[in-house]
Design a protein around this ligand. Structure first.
Ligand SMILES: [Zn+2]
Length: 192
């Protein structure tokens, strides 16, 4: 497993850029919570113990979710470890849990779903044979539909969350629920 932090991708012009989707991996979420607590405590030392008590409570839940990711994704057989979504956003997660990542467009691209991008992913799918294709909650579904039609691999029945959590009152509307939701989608959708 490749666990470097932060992770880099290449943009359209071949320049190295930080992949900003780190929070998709709950282990990175833990780092973020610790940084938030530290920074709040520094700015407002009077409430340090309050922030730390909240952090402790939150990390208990988050660590539990991390355990579930580790166990449930860890038990996926090698041949099913192929994850395909629209954007190259899931690198932190796929590296952490040893999944092979396929995508239509790289991060920060102006063109989403060009014939060449579709062709490349179609090739990836033919050699890696994923069970399903995932579509993020906030992207145009048409490019992945084209990929699905061309490869015969179905799109998973529910969206996966990447760039943003769900709208308030809907599913995945907190970070913890977002992580739990994605894990359910992953373990079901990756199964052949
Ligand atoms: Zn994104």
């Amino acid at each position: 497993m490749r666990r470097g932090f932060p992770k880099y991708i290449k943009d359209e012009d071949g320049n190295k850029e930080v992949n900003p989707h780190a929070f998709i991996d709950p282990n990175v979420g833990e780092k973020m919570i610790k940084n938030i607590t530290r920074s709040l405590s520094e700015r407002n030392p009077k409430h340090k113990s309050y922030y730390e008590a909240n952090e402790k409570e939150y990390l208990k839940k988050l660590n539990n979710i991390e355990d579930n990711y580790k166990q449930q994704l860890g038990s996926i057989p090698k041949e099913d470890r192929v994850f395909v979504a629209s954007e190259q956003a899931f690198q932190y997660l796929t590296d952490r849990y040893d999944l092979k990542e396929g995508y239509i467009w790289p991060i920060d691209t102006d063109e989403n779903g060009t014939p060449n991008q579709i062709k490349d992913l179609t090739k990836f799918i033919k050699s890696n044979k994923p069970a399903t294709l995932f579509v993020e909650s906030n992207v145009d579904t048409r490019p992945m539909k084209t990929v699905s039609n061309e490869t015969g691999v179905p799109i998973y029945k529910k969206p996966i969350y990447s760039d943003e959590i769900g709208k308030k009152g809907e599913q995945a509307d907190t970070y913890l629920k977002y992580l739990e939701y994605n894990l359910d989608v992953l373990k079901d959708g990756l199964k052949k």
